[in-house]
Design a protein around this ligand. Structure first.
Ligand code: PNS
Length: 167
């Protein structure tokens, strides 16, 4: 069985991620969508459990997808789940440098692991989790960028934060 791992912060999952997952399941027998538990320097608005739950709901109709979470090095996780393929999405040229550096670092750490990048559909290239968070935090409409349940969760979370902190 050809298993691939799609790691990321999924903070939160958006339509661009789902596009990559749908492309990947056409190529691989199983795609493990792996939520990185504690990405450094990121404003985490949903904890690991919530990010996993939002992803599970988002992929429930896509066959051959498993959602999990992990910590530590991504290449160690890929090896632990008996895979050797790591997939990532690529939107615009500015993604390239980050993805290239990460691929080289992972290659150095684990030469047996292959990193494969899928190009995001052009209707999704403007979407990133940070854009979604910023727009949602400012009360903007992200309904075309995220699945409906994520939109609801964002509204609830920012309403809650606003009530707590007056943001
Ligand atoms: O969705 P993101 O934030 O772009 O995902 C980045 C992620 C989590 C895949 C990347 O930061 C990562 O692999 N972190 C785990 C630590 C690691 O393995 N670092 C070495 C490769 S840069």
């Amino acid at each position: 069985m050809r298993r691939a791992v799609f790691p990321g912060s999924f903070n939160p999952v958006h339509m661009g991620h789902l596009d990559i997952i749908k492309r990947a399941v056409r190529v691989f027998d199983e795609v493990v969508v792996a939520v990185y538990e504690n990405p450094p320097g990121k404003q985490i608005i949903f904890d690991t459990h919530e990010r996993v739950a939002l992803l599970e709901e988002a992929v429930k109709d896509i066959p051959h997808v498993v959602v999990a979470s992990y910590r530590g090095l991504t290449v160690d996780y890929v090896t632990a789940v008996d895979a050797f393929i790591l997939i990532r999405g690529m939107r615009v040229f500015s993604d390239f440098e980050f993805e290239f550096r990460m691929a080289l670092a992972n290659q150095r750490l684990a030469p047996h692991i292959e990193m494969i990048n899928f190009i995001t559909g052009e209707q999704f290239i403007h979407i990133s989790s940070s854009t979604v968070r910023e727009i949602a935090m400012l009360g903007g409409d992200v309904s075309t960028m995220v699945p409906p349940h994520v939109n609801r969760a964002l509204r609830e979370r920012f309403a809650q934060l606003q009530a707590e902190d007056g943001i």
